[in-house]
Design a protein around this ligand. Structure first.
Ligand code: CLF
Ligand code: SF4
Length: 493
């Protein structure tokens, strides 16, 4: 019997999920490279085990796996000029949207409810709305409860680093092997422009003294995590005119101290958020400025470019937020964990991933072999699975890839206003999409109408649905080949 054809049109839709699960349990093979590993040759096996299902620590994993945050830690011990604490933590979330604060018991209920419904779930993170290490008892209680019920879920936290050194031993004992520290400076002179005060050792410190203590504690925490083999990601907020040049130095320092990834995020600043920066007119960087800085950082500590600056209560794949489906009022008082969906999903993904990695590697080879100095910046509408499987009009973000002599690289994403709502395209929204896609050469999507396509063409951006549902890299290599005269790959999906 031929293997059923699985289209990863949507890893998030219920119908596709049911199809995936049905195939997984039938034992049918979905691809020619069934069973092949997605592990890159240059990644150590122990590290691979830690990152392969973590959507933030592996760019490739973020096509398949989801994280959820539980907002159990509202208290914070520092003040960042980009944060207004009546909103979510700006380290890890979009400011301006209040989150539901949870007790550890409520958090456990929510994690179980999500794990039963979202088979992609692989990571539980605590990322605000305050500081997970300062509000330690709630963080610890939550992790302990969840680890007891769902032992295979990865535990992850984000912190400003001030209280981190006090808890590294406990983190290691709880098998937390992913910690994010937000480090925006290594020079207290710069720090004093970002942090008006800190609360440490039962005292409040301000100015240079505050920034110096914070810096020392952040470095100590990072070194302690590295010594215990805990993977550490550094988040830095790029603040134009304050620290953008300085982040080159930050990158060097954290690399020397063993950071696994460096994630440079744009400052989100808006007077409506009530933050100091928002109220004083400090602007955030444009997408092109962020990319230029990230390009200059290449070659230092490995960069994360797929961060979505999630809310403190985010649920789902990184590009989506299903948090509203799982508010406490929708979750029964008693829920018990059912592992079956997550287990079946993992079997399917293991096979699909091998196929994707093989296609990606072949596509990159084609681009490199072209020997062309040309480059293409490509925006892709995708719902996950590494495929072009979203309609132009439904996209709320585009993933951006660069094809050049060095291969095909994921370079970021651009959030956009959804063009098509209720079956009709919105002209004003299209204008904002065009502005957000500044610098993009080509858009790849599953479907696009003539009207938006023509307007995009007028704005100098080509858009095509010719490669709908194919793997992203394979489509880009075909585009590159057509543009720069290499041999195109034949699509087999
Ligand atoms: Fe959450 Fe952060 Fe863990 Fe990821 S988010 S605590 S490492 S599980 Fe990820 Fe969100 Fe970016 Fe953070 S996309 S804001 S990097
Ligand atoms: Fe806000 Fe997070 Fe900074 Fe604390 S560490 S002030 S919660 S952004």
């Amino acid at each position: 019997m031929p293997a059923p054809m699985i289209s990863l049109e949507s890893l998030t839709s219920r119908s596709t999920m049911n199809q995936l699960l049905a195939t997984a349990t039938s034992g049918a093979c979905t691809s020619s490279s069934c069973g092949s590993s997605a592990k890159p040759d240059d990644v150590d096996s122990a590290i691979w085990e830690k990152i392969k299902d973590h959507p933030c620590y592996s760019e490739e994993a973020h096509h398949y796996f989801a994280r959820m945050h539980v907002a159990v830690a509202p208290a914070c011990n520092i003040q960042c000029n980009y944060c207004n604490r009546k909103y979510d933590c700006a380290n890890e979330s979009r400011p301006g949207v209040a989150s539901e604060k949870l007790t550890p018991d409520q958090a456990l209920r929510k994690v179980i409810a999500v794990a039963n419904e979202v088979p992609q779930l692989s990571v539980l993170g605590i990322a605000g709305p305050g500081d997970a290490c300062y509000d330690w008892e709630k963080t610890k209680a939550t992790f302990e409860r969840v680890a007891r019920e769902i032992p295979d879920i990865k535990l992850c936290l984000s912190t400003n680093g001030l209280a981190l050194p006090d808890h590294v031993g406990e983190l290691a004992a709880m098998n937390v092997d992913h910690v994010t520290i937000t480090i925006n400076m290594i020079d207290p002179e710069v720090g004093a422009k970002i942090y008006p005060w800190i609360f440490h050792d039962h005292r409040r410190f301000t100015g240079l003294e505050a920034a110096k203590i914070l810096h020392e504690r952040q470095m100590l925490g990072l070194e302690m995590l590295t010594a215990r083999g805990i993977l550490t990601k550094i988040n830095s907020v790029m603040i134009p005119g304050v620290n953008e040049e300085h982040l080159l130095e930050v990158n060097r320092w954290v690399k020397e101290r063993g950071a696994f990834l460096h994630n440079v995020m744009p400052l989100i600043s808006d007077a409506a958020h009530g933050t100091h920066y928002g109220l004083t007119g400090q602007r955030g960087p444009r997408a092109t400025e962020l990319k230029a800085l990230q390009d200059r950082l290449d070659g230092g500590a490995k960069l994360m470019r797929h961060c979505r600056q999630c809310r403190a209560d985010a649920v789902g794949l990184l590009g989506e937020d299903r948090g509203r489906e799982f508010t406490l009022d929708q979750i029964p008082d008693k829920v018990s964990y059912d592992a079956s969906k997550r287990e079946s999903y993992r079997e399917v993904v293991a096979r699909e991933r091998g196929d994707h990695v093989a296609a990606k590697s072949e596509a990159i080879g084609v681009v490199k072999a072209a020997g062309s100095a040309g480059s293409l910046l490509v925006a892709v509408a995708t719902k996950g699975g590494g495929r072009i499987n979203e309609h132009f009009g439904h996209a709320k973000e585009f993933q951006v890839y660069e094809a050049s002599a060095s291969g095909i690289t994921f370079v970021g994403h651009r959030k956009v206003e959804q063009y098509c709502r209720g079956g009709w395209g919105e002209e004003p929204a299209l204008k904002t999409v065009i502005a957000a896609l500044e610098g993009i050469d080509v858009i790849l999507c599953a479907k696009i109408g003539d009207c938006p396509r023509d307007q995009l063409t007028e704005a100098g951006i080509r858009a095509t649905d010719d490669y709908g549902y194919d793997y992203i890299e394979r489509a880009i290599s075909a585009l590159y080949a057509a543009e720069f005269a290499a041999e195109p790959l034949t699509a087999t999906a």
